[in-house]
Write a protein that binds this ligand. Structure first.
Ligand SMILES: [Zn+2]
Length: 147
């Protein structure tokens, strides 16, 4: 929602989600604040500072937010890599096709970071809101938190 001056108006958050709901929103690429599906993304890789629906910022005054998102991306990619190898080994044991497992693991390692890119941001935002609870002013849409 935009004001007449073109700036996004920050919507007050009336009912702040529970911690499991925060994580569910983060894992499904939704805004942790309002649950909107578009959240911060104009495309798969193109993001903006504020949610397109509620106007809350993902950064919340944290200059190093991307470091947390990068860490979330690494954890998601490595977990997928481990899961892929484990599933393939368990399904094909005792005659494990090592080359096939390596190719599958390589594909996950190569494309995983790109696939998880938007989710890593929404997930890290959910974790941030889990750990740093929003202030009443922030919930009211009167400014961002600061570190
Ligand atoms: Zn939102």
């Amino acid at each position: 929602m935009e004001t007449s001056s073109g700036h996004l108006k920050i919507q007050p958050i009336v009912s702040f989600p529970s911690r499991p709901r925060l994580l569910a929103r983060g894992f499904t690429r939704r805004c942790a604040w309002c649950g909107d599906r578009k959240s911060y993304f104009l495309g798969w890789f193109k993001r903006q500072e504020r949610c397109q629906s509620c106007g809350h910022a993902y950064r919340r005054g944290d200059e190093a937010f991307e470091l947390g998102a990068l860490t979330a991306n690494i954890i998601l990619t490595f977990s997928s890599l481990l899961g892929t190898v484990l599933v393939l080994v368990v399904l094909t044991a005792p005659d494990i096709p090592v080359l096939g497992v390596m190719i599958a693991a390589g594909a996950v390692g190569l494309f995983g970071p790109a696939v998880f890119y938007p989710v890593s941001f929404t997930l890290w935002q959910a974790v941030d809101l889990w750990m740093r609870r929003p202030t009443p002013a922030e919930l009211a849409g009167e400014g961002d938190a600061s570190l």
